[in-house]
Design a protein around this ligand. Sequence first.
Ligand SMILES: C[S@@+](CC[C@H](N)C(=O)[O-])C[C@H]1O[C@@H](n2cnc3c(N)ncnc32)[C@H](O)[C@@H]1O
Length: 224
Amino acid sequence: MSYASSDHWNRFFAKFKNAGTDLDWGTQWTKVHLPVLKSTNIQTVLDLGCGTGNDVLRLAKEGFAVTGMDFSHEAVQLGRLKAQKLGLSVQFCVADMARNLPFSCAAFDAVMSNVALHMFSDKITRELFKEIRRIVRPEGVFVFHVNSTEDAKLRAERRPIIRVLEPNYILEHDGQTMHFFSKDYLLDLLSDWKDVELKHYEILHQETGKPFKYVWWGKAVQPD
Ligand SMILES: C[S@@+](CC[C@H](N)C(=O)[O-])C[C@H]1O[C@@H](n2cnc3c(N)ncnc32)[C@H](O)[C@@H]1O
């Protein structure tokens, strides 16, 4: 397999669970998406690579009908428990986004994905972006965050690289794979969409205030 497996991610989430913590970026990702989702007549949203479902629950609290998809059953189990405790009606689905997405054409008004689409080779990434386009309805939106090529050096200081698998696609010491996106690459991946907007930004470390991560925020609209 050319990308980190569900076993890798199950171990990743089990560590959080055993430590009594969670992978949660707070409103870091959704605060940028919300104005777009609220201004474009969106009701149904798929969170692709939803992890333990924190953004699924945030959007559900805003009134959206949200489905979270992830291939880590550890993560999805936690998401389901949190939704139950909060009494929020959301859907979760365990599936691998590197294969065909298990949804019908135009099934969602919007697809959101936060730091989860950047785990794959060029070939899989291109197929995945096509699949996302297939499941968003006409005039629906796609909003996302992915690591940028600027992030590669910073990330390597924390997470040693074992091998370069493809240009901008690496294998890290613990088995995680990471694809860093340039603006040109994103524009190419989104060339069939309309009203594409991309913003590059820096996220600072909460404690040290030093640069921690560089990401692209993106928005694209499905043509009629
Ligand atoms: C960095 S985490 C981000 C999780 C969540 N979006 C968040 O912001 O907290 C990446 C997520 O992508 C999921 N993921 C990685 N590869 C996947 C795949 N092939 N299919 C489905 N989910 C995948 C992982 O299980 C993990 O939950």
